[in-house]
Design a binder for this molecule. Structure first.
Ligand code: HEC
Length: 108
C-alpha cells in the first residue's frame, strides 16, 4: 500500500460521523399544531385539552389576563406547574394563549 493511500484512509477514518450529528432544531411557531402540543405537554394536568380541571385548574373561560397566563406558562408555579419559558418561544406561548381563549365545550 502506498503512503498516499494510507494517508487517505486515515483522513477518512477521523472524519466525524454524520449519523451522530443532532437533528436540526424544531421549526418555530406557525408549524406546530397547538392542540397537539397542548395535549402532549399540558394535557396530563389540564384535562380534556384545558376544558376541565385535572391536577391543574380548568383553563377554558379563564378570567385571567394574557399577562398572567403568559407569566404562568413561562415561569410555572413552584410545586404546582413546571416552567415552560425554556421550552417554548414567545410566539409559541402567544399561540397557546390564543388556543386557551378559543376553547369551547365539546359539541353535544
Ligand atoms: C404538572 C402539572 C401541570 C402541567 C404539565 C401544566 N400545568 Fe398549568 N397549572 C398546573 C397547576 C397545578 C396550576 C395552578 C397553579 C396555581 O396554584 O396557581 C396551573 C396553572 C396554569 C395556568 C393559570 C390558570 C389560572 O387560572 O390560574 C395556566 C394558564 C396554565 N397552567 C397553563 C398551562 C400550559 C399552557 C401548560 C403546558 C405548556 C401547562 N399549564 C402545564 C399544573 C400543570
Amino acid at each position: 500500500m502506498s503512503t498516499s493511500t494510507l494517508a487517505a484512509l486515515l483522513t477518512i477514518s477521523v472524519l466525524p460521523s454524520r449519523a451522530q450529528q443532532p437533528p436540526p432544531p424544531a421549526p418555530d411557531s406557525g408549524q406546530v399544531d397547538v392542540g397537539q402540543l397542548f395535549a402532549t405537554t399540558c394535557g396530563w394536568c389540564h384535562s380534556d385539552g384545558g376544558r376541565a380541571a385535572g391536577k391543574g385548574p380548568q383553563l377554558m373561560d379563564t378570567k385571567r389576563d394574557d399577562d398572567f397566563i403568559r407569566n404562568r406558562i413561562k415561569n410555572g408555579k413552584e410545586g404546582a406547574m413546571p416552567a415552560f419559558g425554556e421550552t417554548f418561544s414567545d410566539a409559541q406561548i402567544d399561540d397557546i394563549i390564543k388556543y386557551i381563549r378559543a376553547l369551547k365545550p365539546h359539541e353535544g
